[in-house]
Design a protein around this ligand. Structure first.
Ligand code: ADP
Ligand code: MG
Length: 339
């Protein structure tokens, strides 16, 4: 008797979900990334019960057509790439076509979505990967996704979660960073109906820095800029006296994607060399742009890790840009305007 069987789609999907959906914040990240990919200018995230009761993300992006809506819940179904070749030129945050089916596999998910060309929208309810209901619905242009009872069918995962306060804290951190790297998008976060955070979406990075860190911090941040024919950097860095005891306040993004890259962090810290004591880290927001062809983002399912071609060069540009910005406010003696 053969021992090997091909798993059915629902089981395969639940296994894949384990990689994409670790906890409530992973759901928020995937849904918000979809909203950003849909060119939303406003994104509202409403959480209840630390995310386990419900997570709702509403955007005013371009929506999904009736005919595409069911497809969005099939694994490896995406509108963002067509061929493996496109993997080398990714300009969107998503591309794996895994998030929606994975989330729907481990929750009760309701989506209402409408494209500009239609007078009405379309609605689907999927629970534990099974379609419960679908049909036309009245709604605004854009997309609303509500995820209820996260991990109801994966008790092991549920047991693993920390307190509601921890989970909402993680969502908060994520939205701070999402707002900082997308200053043109207005974010609103509520927990149990109460507003937790709002960013202006004015496209002015300093105004978002003020929304996240407060006006006092924003008023002493140092602007930073670099541009050559490939790489562009903009951002704000804190004076050394604003230093913190954790690296949490360093936000770096490459082409609109949050990255946690130790080498990039180290390059920023190197720029502060001699100005920070051991164990202290700067407040910094660095938004990098480079041609998609220089990046490999297909390294990890959560897509937080990326590989940069010519990394050494990029790192040294980061260090010198930070150093120059600090020099221009005379924090580095003799440095001002020498470089
Ligand atoms: P991916 O983002 O990797 O393509 P997802 O499973 O996250 O995969 O989404 C599947 C598809 O559903 C997307 O490619 C996109 O076409 C559509 N989609 C999902 N969320 C939204 C949204 N908020 N607005 C418009 N389209 C969306
Ligand atoms: Mg996606």
């Amino acid at each position: 008797m053969p021992r090997i069987i091909v798993l059915d789609e629902n089981t395969a999907c639940r296994i894949a979900a384990g990689e994409v959906v670790e906890r409530p914040v992973s759901v928020v990240k995937e849904l918000v990334e979809n909203s950003l990919d849909a060119d939303a200018g406003n994104i509202t995230v409403a959480i209840a019960g630390g995310g386990l009761e419900s997570i709702t993300v509403v955007d005013n992006g371009y929506g999904i057509s009736q005919e595409d809506a069911p497809l969005a819940f099939q694994r490896h179904a995406t509108s963002k790439i067509k061929t493996a070749g496109d993997l080398y030129q990714i300009g969107t945050l998503g591309f794996r076509g895994e998030a929606l089916p994975s989330i729907a596999a481990v929750s009760d998910l309701l989506i209402k979505t409408r494209i500009r060309e239609n007078n009405e929208g379309y609605c689907l309810n999927i629970r534990g990967g099974k379609l419960i209901e679908e049909g036309p619905v009245g709604c605004r242009i854009g997309t609303m996704v509500t995820v209820r009872e996260l991990f109801f069918n994966t008790p092991a995962r549920l047991k693993h979660l920390k307190s509601k306060a921890t989970e909402i804290g993680l969502v908060n951190e994520l939205l701070y960073k999402m707002a900082l790297i997308n200053p043109g998008v207005g974010f609103l976060l509520t927990h149990n109906g109460r507003q937790v955070f709002q960013s202006p979406g004015s496209a002015k990075l300093l105004e978002t820095v003020a929304a996240v860190y407060g006006v006092n911090v924003a008023s002493v941040m140092i602007p930073l800029e670099y541009e050559d024919n490939e790489i562009k950097i903009e951002g704000y860095i804190g004076k050394p006296e604003l230093s913190r005891s954790s690296k949490q306040q360093i936000t770096t993004a490459v082409n609109g994607r949050i990255v946690r890259n130790l080498a990039i962090h180290a390059a920023i810290e190197e720029g502060y060399r001699g100005l920070l004591t051991v164990g202290r880290y700067p407040v910094a927001v660095l938004l990098l742009k480079m041609p998609p062809g220089m990046l490999d983002v297909n390294v990890h399912p959560a897509k937080m890790e990326i590989k940069i071609e010519t990394e050494e060069k990029v790192l040294s540009i980061i260090t010198s840009t930070v150093r120059k910005a600090l020099g221009e406010v005379n924090l580095i003696p003799g440095f001002s305007r020498v470089v």
